[in-house]
Design a protein around this ligand. Structure first.
Ligand SMILES: Nc1ncnc2c1ncn2[C@@H]1O[C@H](COP(=O)(O)OP(=O)(O)OP(=O)(O)O)[C@@H](O)[C@H]1O
Length: 244
């Protein structure tokens, strides 16, 4: 379960997120969309416990971030994976060493076999001994996703996860997201590629200038905008109708 209630985030005097509330249950996949600078990454970083909220309450994977201290954040780290849009990898480690490291720190049973499966699924098997700095942009993204999947987090926050992926990579990623949600994970995908995520999202979270413009499940959105032929069209209608 993920609950974001009246989240506000101020960067000095700039209000990046202004009273955003939504909640997602296990199995839900929320598409977090909105124009550049809408506050999507800031929201994700607050949910991941990477930056403190200025106000509001956040409960992520049963961790209450409003009241918890370092122990809560440690627990959250075990249960959540946040994959930023430019994944930070360790320059000195190979692909295999990244997965070995994650497998060990998260104490993943049988992590080598699981890593091999993930690398095979994302067609990275032939890069197992390649150093991180020698990977292409899309390969770096795939490795970051493999690292996130390795410990089966209850909550996955994926910021622009399709960046750099080739079409088969995108298809596999979306398929894997659906499978993880079906197994009980709660997932947020932040993306500008609405047409690509529309078939996997169960909910849509639309932000604009720091505010929540729309939150609801995809069926509700389609019902509210019956003329829209796609989720993308419904999004444009929703933001046009709701923007000031
Ligand atoms: N560390 C920071 N310090 C000051 N302002 C920031 C910081 N990070 C983000 N902002 C500002 O907060 C606002 C929201 O930024 P954020 O990165 O959350 O938007 P976004 O919706 O993810 O945008 P994009 O789609 O371009 O990635 C923007 O106006 C941005 O300039």
């Amino acid at each position: 379960m993920l609950r974001c209630h009246e989240l506000r985030k101020l960067y000095e005097d700039h209000l990046a997120v202004d009273g955003v509330s939504f909640s997602l249950a296990p199995g839900n996949i929320g598409g977090l969309v909105g124009p550049n600078g809408a506050g999507k990454t800031t929201t994700m970083r607050c949910l991941a416990g990477l930056i403190p909220a200025t106000d509001g309450s956040l409960c992520v994977a049963d961790c209450d971030l409003s009241h918890g201290g370092a122990t809560t954040l440690m627990e959250l780290k075990r249960r959540l994976a946040y994959v930023p849009d430019d994944p930070p990898l360790f320059d000195d480690l190979t692909v295999a060493q990244h997965l070995e490291f994650i497998g060990r720190i998260y104490d993943v049973p049988d992590h080598r076999a699981k890593s091999a499966e993930l690398l095979d699924y994302f067609q990275l098997g032939d890069k197992i001994n390649a150093g991180a700095t020698t990977l292409s942009r899309g390969m770096r993204q795939k490795l970051a996703i493999c690292c996130a999947y390795l410990y089966d987090p209850a909550v996955l926050l994926l910021d622009e996860p399709m960046t750099g992926l080739d079409p088969p990579g995108i298809r596999r990623l979306l398929e894997s997201i659906k499978q993880r949600a079906a197994a009980g994970a709660t997932i947020i995908i932040s993306s500008h590629l609405l047409a690509m995520i529309q078939d996997v999202c169960t909910h849509l979270i639309v932000m604009q200038r720091g505010k929540l413009q729309y939150f609801g499940d995809v069926d509700q959105l389609r019902a509210e905008f019956p003329g829209a032929q796609s989720l993308e069209e419904a999004y444009f209608e929703a933001t046009a109708a709701l923007s000031v």
